[in-house]
Structures are given as C-alpha cells and as structure tokens.
Design a protein around this ligand. Structure first.
Ligand code: PLP
Length: 439
C-alpha cells in the first residue's frame, strides 16, 4: 500500500520510471505523449542533455547556499539573462520555488511598495473572475475560480474580481472584438473608482488565461487600456505568466505579444521546464528602488530562494531556448497545431471553440454549438476525456466546466517545444479517438 498522499485518493496511478523526449514511460513500459507538458511545464521534453548536465555540474560544485548569507553564480547569471530579455523596465528578479510563491511574493511586494511610498491605505488587489493564480492562501484569494476557493473561503483575504476577457462566451454579437475588449477593460476603472483609487494597490491577470479558461488570449487593445487605467490611478500591473510565459505562447515573455509592460511579472513552470522546481518574480527598477531607498528590506522570504541547482537548471533551459531559437519553433509548430486542430475538430458537433497562441491551445466542449451551452458539469466530461486520452497514450490537461455555466469543459494542449509535426499528428489521432469514445 502506498503512503504517498495523492491528488485523488481513489486513483490508481501508473508509476513513471523514465522520460524520453516528448514521452513519459511507466513501469510497464507504456509510453505517453506529454501533450500538456504536465501542466505546461515540460517545454523541452523529458531528457534534455544540456539541462541534465547543468544540474549534475552544479550539484558537484555547490548544492545550496542560503541567500541570507551568500548569492550564487547561477542565480546571478539567470537574473542577468532574464532581465536582458524582459520587457520594459523590469530590472530585478526574485527567485522562488514555483508559481504560487511567485504570485504570493508579487502581492506582498505590491503592498510593501505602497507602504514605502507613504501610501499605507493602498490594500486592495483587483483580479478577474474564473482566474487561477496558485493555491497558497494569498494567491488563492486573488484567484476567481469558485470551485478552487469554495472550501477555503473563510480563510481568504477579500479581493475584488472583475470580468475576464473571454470573448467566445461573453462578447455580444453586436460588438467588435476590440469594442468587447474595451468594455471589459473598463470594468477595471469602474472597480477602482468604486473602491476608491487611493486604496487600490494592484491588478493581476494572465496575458493568456491557462487552466481556468483554456488558453484564452485577450482581445486586441485590452491590455493597452488596462495599462492606461493602472497608470492613471497609480495601480501596479502584475502579470501572471506562470503558465503562459517562458516561450509557451510564442514569445519568451507572453506580454510581448500584447505589447504591454507590467510592473511585476511572475513566471514559473517553463522556467525550470520540470527539471527543477523554480519560479521567479521580476519587478521594475522603481519598485526595487522604493524598497532599497526606503526600509532596505523586502519583508518576505523562503528557505529555498535562488536555489543554486534550480537556478543552474533554469539557466540551461533559457540558454537552450535562445541558442536553438526554440521560440521560432513554438510559432511554426504552433501554427501547424492550430491548423490541424481546426481541421480535425473545428466542425465537431460538440467542439465550441479552439483558441490559443504558440504551443498553448484550448478546446472547449459544448452541448450545443449554436447556443454555446456547456454540458452539465456533473457529467464530468473533461475528466472522462482525460482518462480516455490517457488510455490511448496521450496526456492532456482537463478542466471541468463551472457550475454557473459560464465556462464549459475544456482541455488544454501544451506539448513540448521539440515535438515534431509527426508527433503532433499522432497526439491528435489519440485525442480524436478519445473524443469519439467520450462524446
Ligand atoms: N499562476 C498560474 C497562472 C498557474 O497556472 C499556476 C499553476 O497552475 C500557478 C499560478 C501556481 O503555480 P504552482 O502550481 O507552481 O504553485
């Protein structure tokens, strides 16, 4: 009997024993194409030689040094590399162990920034409905996904939630895509005014919404308007690129596609590519300077900040992406994946929408294409599809529809950047077969 506390107590999971390129292999020798990179993590596949070597070399040299006493070469080099490619005036990198920690750090940094600036009344964070920013209590408070929040509601910090930018379900027929984007962006200004502009510390959003909506990019112009509103009221813009960043959506930083510059940016998953647990929070020079010239101390921290082995792995991951121009590959393979998805599923009676960017795609299932009515969530279709695909040998990431009927069941595809067209075709064959067996 296992003593591991699993995600689902009654699931019997095969044991993963090896990784080979885009595939995971279990103890019985069955191979699974990792069509979702786990959850958009394994961007380089599972056996990248350069990253494995970098980890071995770093362990042999220095495994750990506490950042209260010492910095390390890989953390310094990784911060330099990220800042060299980061948008706008992002200037400092705070390394953590994953996405929730990055978001948690961003929320606390936003609060402390305003304190250092003599504005202690700024305490409200505005986020969006149907969002996910992590499972620690601060990040969960920011998230607007009712199902994830429900049980812990009494423990959560009160935060505001405005509409996401989710045109498939919420754009009016009479509206252009641009007008829709402006309408939902306006909700931010309305909420800031309702709360009192002097009390708002920040706004957090994903440039391309991952798990909760299924690879949904914002309407053109949406983030430009959001930036304008944040600037008008001195509200910090925090972009959560934990899932959509690090090349996944066709730019090293996802916000580059929307031409928007955040004050704070969070990355994780693809940064370590699954080889090591690492996340990072990047912040602008002015935020860093407010603290450096004020109290001189960010009132936050974890034992494993800037872990040298994790930083060495991430440094090798980013260098691998840049040296082999894997982002260009994300765009070309992504275009291929989009064409194939639309060709195979675009006319399916129960596929309402196919959307995404780069190698990050969502397929939303609907009971009725005409009305866009989702299936009853109690049918658990996303979970059934995940199971059927897994039996075929395909890992894809499912999300159930919401009980309020606003979001349908969907699956997320986020294959490794190194996947060939032939491998993508095989993955889609498996998905097609799983879909036929599920619906
Ligand atoms: N933010 C986003 C957008 C995510 O998708 C996730 C995880 O799925 C997180 C934060 C939390 O990251 P982690 O699971 O590494 O704590």
């Amino acid at each position: 009997m296992s003593h591991v506390f699993p995600r689902h107590c009654h699931s019997e999971l095969p044991t993963a024993v090896a990784g080979d390129g885009c595939y995971l292999i279990d103890a019985d020798g069955k191979r699974y194409f990792d069509g979702s990179g786990g959850a958009a993590v394994s961007c380089l596949g599972h056996s990248n030689a350069r990253v494995r070597q970098a980890i071995k070399d770093q362990v042999d040299k220095l495994a750990f040094a506490h950042t209260g006493f010492l910095t390390s070469e890989p953390a310094e080099a990784l911060a330099d590399l990220l800042i060299e490619h980061a948008p706008g005036d992002l200037d400092r990198v705070y390394f953590v162990s994953g996405g929730s920690e990055a978001v948690e750090s961003a929320i606390k940094l936003a609060r402390q920034y305003h304190l250092e600036n003599g504005e202690p009344q700024r305490r409200h964070l505005i986020a969006r409905r149907q969002s996910y920013h992590g499972n620690t209590l601060g990040a969960l408070s920011a998230g607007g996904n009712a199902w994830r929040r429900q049980q812990f509601a009494p423990l959560l910090v009160e935060m505001s939630h405005i509409a996401p930018c989710y045109e498939y379900a919420e754009r009016l027929e009479t509206e252009s895509l641009e007008d829709y984007g402006q309408r939902v962006a306006q909700e931010l200004e309305d909420e800031i005014l309702r709360l009192g502009p002097e009390t708002v510390m920040g706004f957090i959003a994903e440039p391309v919404v991952g798990a909760t909506l299924g690879a949904v990019p914002a309407a053109p112009g949406y983030f430009a308007r959001i930036r304008e509103i944040c600037d008008k009221y001195g509200v910090l813009l925090i972009l959560d690129e934990v899932m959509c960043g690090m090349g996944r959506t066709g730019h090293l930083f996802a916000c580059n596609a929307d031409n928007v510059q955040p004050d704070i940016l969070c990355v994780a998953k693809g940064l370590g590519a699954g080889y090591q647990p690492i996340g990072a929070m990047l912040c602008s020079k002015s935020i860093y300077d407010a603290i450096a010239q004020g109290s001189g101390f960010f009132q936050h921290g974890h034992t494993y900040l800037g872990h040298p082995v994790a930083a060495a792995a991430a440094l090798a991951v980013v260098r691998e992406m840049l040296d082999h121009d894997l982002i260009a590959q994300v765009n070309s393979r992504g275009a291929y994946l989009e064409t194939q998805l639309r060709h195979r599923f675009g006319q399916h009676a129960h596929v309402g929408d196919v959307r995404g960017r780069g190698l990050f795609w969502g397929v939303e299932l609907v009971a009725d294409r005409q009305t866009k009515a989702p299936f009853d969530p109690s049918l658990g279709l996303a979970g059934k599809l995940k199971k059927a695909a897994f039996a075929e040998g395909l890992i894809c990431y499912p999300m159930p529809g919401t009980r309020d009927g606003r979001v349908g069941d969907h699956i997320l595809l986020a294959p490794p950047f190194i996947a060939s067209e032939a491998e993508l075709d095989q993955a889609l064959d498996m998905l097609q077969s799983a879909l036929e067996k599920t619906l």
